[in-house]
Design a protein around this ligand. Structure first.
Ligand code: FES
Length: 85
């Protein structure tokens, strides 16, 4: 799922029953990470295959931090993402 908030695109995934929110735009050329493949905690961009760790936002190859991650929780069927000012 993809969420647009204050001009930022946030990709939301549920992985092994846990919700994660991460920047939704690939650092390579802007691919839509919400449409990427999620496997073993790693998102693969659908455009050219860059990979990111879902928990940390780090590039899965270089281990460099690249994408922001956000606190996310669900209560009573409502999902809330904590987006800092
Ligand atoms: S835009 Fe994501 S790998 Fe190229």
């Amino acid at each position: 799922m993809e969420v647009l908030f204050r001009g930022d695109i946030i990709a939301v995934f549920r992985h092994q029953g846990v919700l994660f929110a991460i920047d939704g735009v690939c650092m390579h050329q802007g691919g839509p990470l919400a449409k990427g493949q999620l496997r073993d905690g790693t998102i693969t961009c659908p455009w050219h295959g860059w990979q990111y760790e879902l928990k940390t936002g780090c590039n899965a190859t270089t281990c460099k931090p690249m994408l922001k991650t956000y606190e996310i929780q669900e209560a009573d069927g409502v999902i809330e993402i904590d987006v800092p000012d």
